[in-house]
Design a protein around this ligand. Structure first.
Ligand SMILES: Nc1nc2c(ncn2[C@@H]2O[C@H](COP(=O)(O)OP(=O)(O)OP(=O)(O)O)[C@@H](O)[C@H]2O)c(=O)[nH]1
Ligand SMILES: [Mg+2]
Length: 460
């Protein structure tokens, strides 16, 4: 599993910019650098300089010795580098042709094109960071709001890894205790220890459960709160999207059936990244394109974390509104009564889902839009302040592993209660330990690593 070749990739985004960077990591990084780089000061060859040196010179194509670009290279010697291997970063001019040419030369000289996330994977495999820290790298890069960045940066610094490592040690102690009891089964020792184990099992399980609960809200900061704007045609859904974004994003007309496809945008509401989705108005339609649009609306409604159910306040409810009310009865819904600038004709009676908040807005004059934004935050982040004081988890893999560990601990507690053989107890404890270990990376499965790092960008 430990790599011994040298990888290379373009580490900056594709496009034009001030500079672009090709990054190399591995045992041959500096040898390759010597062959393709002519320093202005001939004594400063990449393999001869001290670590963390920055050298100016020409990048040349060794095939014909022609200069390709004026560059600056940074040299970092392992183990004090991102990957713990020798790293070379070539800063060239930020044009796609130039930077691709530099990459081709590096590959021709023996480096291999890196896979997505392979630099970070090496940092993990070489023991510089834990698996949760590696996951945080990409979360940091893709952070959509300042709060998302703060959570990812905390995790990258190791807050979650530390917490899990402490839990893992407690589980290791429990395993050791169970094994002592198996090896020395004198009754008196066993009784006392089993009480002690029960208490500790419960405490560890509670701590893990608390961590698992943070996922419900913390995940919104990583993924964005999927918020679908739904309603019958012409109630002002696209107008609402535009009002929330404060720009003219979606087409608005007075013809019912204007929006045909889903329109998604990100919105930052007080640090909460909201993935807002405008949908086609839901009604019975004979038209094929509109029917497909409505199918997509219904799917968005099903998958949303939060539903903004929009009604036209200037008209009584009609059959299509009633049908929508039936569909939203089980979701996390905010009722938005639009067109508050007109005389109110709508009346809901007892039709609305219980406890769903209602806000009156006018996308025409902006009334109520700020109230709606506050409602989106308060209805979806009920526990946030309280939980934020501790470590949180933001991704599903983490939650699943923690939940499986808690389940194994639950089974272990039952075995203890029923005085069943300690050998079975030890197996459940090992199971709980393994799930926590798969989070930190102490237990690694190739499939898990592949899944995590395939979500990375190339060059990271
Ligand atoms: N008076 C008034 N008219 C509004 C308001 N919001 C939207 N409208 C009008 O309502 C009509 C429909 O608006 P849209 O935003 O296109 O409605 P929609 O729900 O997206 O419609 P579909 O895409 O057809 O489902 C347009 O003529 C808007 O100008 C409002 O707050 N007040
Ligand atoms: Mg629309």
């Amino acid at each position: 599993m430990f790599p011994d070749d040298t990888i290379a990739a373009i580490a900056t985004p594709i496009g034009q910019g001030g500079i672009a960077i090709v990054r190399l990591s591995g045992p041959d990084a500096l040898k390759i650098a010597d062959r393709i780089f002519r320093p202005r000061n001939a004594a400063r060859m990449p393999s001869k300089v001290l670590t963390y040196s920055v050298i100016y010179g020409l990048l040349i194509d060794p095939a014909n010795c022609s200069p390709v670009d004026e560059v600056i290279v940074s040299v970092m010697h392992g183990p004090h580098s991102y990957t713990r291997e020798d790293i070379l970063e070539i800063n060239g001019h930020g044009g796609m042709v130039i930077i691709r040419r530099i990459l081709e030369i590096v590959l021709a000289e023996g480096a291999r094109l890196a896979e997505p996330g392979e630099f970070t994977k090496r940092a993990f495999l070489n023991g510089r960071i834990s698996l949760t820290q590696a996951e945080a790298v990409m979360d940091l890069i893709t952070a959509k709001t300042e709060e998302s960045r703060r959570i990812a940066a905390d995790q990258l610094r190791g807050s979650l890894a530390e917490k899990l490592s402490a839990t893992r040690n407690r589980l290791l102690d429990l395993c050791a205790l169970a094994e002592v009891c198996i090896d020395f089964p004198e009754d008196e020792v066993e009784l006392k220890t089993s009480e002690q184990m029960g208490v500790e099992l419960e405490a560890v399980a509670q701590e893990l459960e608390k961590l698992s609960r943070t996922y419900n809200e913390a995940r919104f900061f990583r993924e964005g709160l999927a918020t679908a704007i739904v309603g019958r045609p012409n109630v002002g859904k696209s107008s609402l999207l535009n009002a929330l974004l404060a720009r003219d994003r979606a087409i608005v007309t007075d013809r019912p059936g204007t929006t045909r496809d889903l329109i998604e945008e990100y919105l930052n509401i007080s640090g909460l990244p909201v993935r807002i989705i405008d949908t086609a108005g839901i009604r019975n339609s004979d038209e094929t394109i509109e029917q497909e649009g409505i199918r997509r609306s219904l799917r968005a409604l099903e998958n949303a974390d939060c539903i903004l159910a929009v009604f036209d306040g200037s008209m009584p409810l009609d059959a299509e509104d009633h049908s929508l009310i039936r569909k939203i009865s089980s979701g996390n819904v905010i009722i938005v009564v639009n067109k508050a600038d007109l005389d109110e004709q709508i009346s809901f009676g007892n039709l609305l889902p219980v406890n769903s908040p209602l806000v009156r807005v006018s996308t025409l004059n902006g009334k109520g839009i700020d109230d709606l934004k506050s409602l989106i935050v308060t209805t979806n982040l009920k526990e946030w302040k309280e939980e934020r004081e501790g470590v949180v988890i933001t991704n599903l893999r983490q939650k699943q592993a923690i939940d499986q560990s808690v389940m194994a601990l639950g089974r272990a507690a039952q075995i203890l209660c029923r005085n069943q053989p300690l050998e079975i107890l030890a197996l459940e404890l090992r199971d709980a330990l393994e799930h926590v270990g798969s989070l930190t990376g102490d237990v690694t499965h190739e499939a898990i690593l592949d899944r995590i790092f395939s979500e990375f960008c190339i060059g990271k």
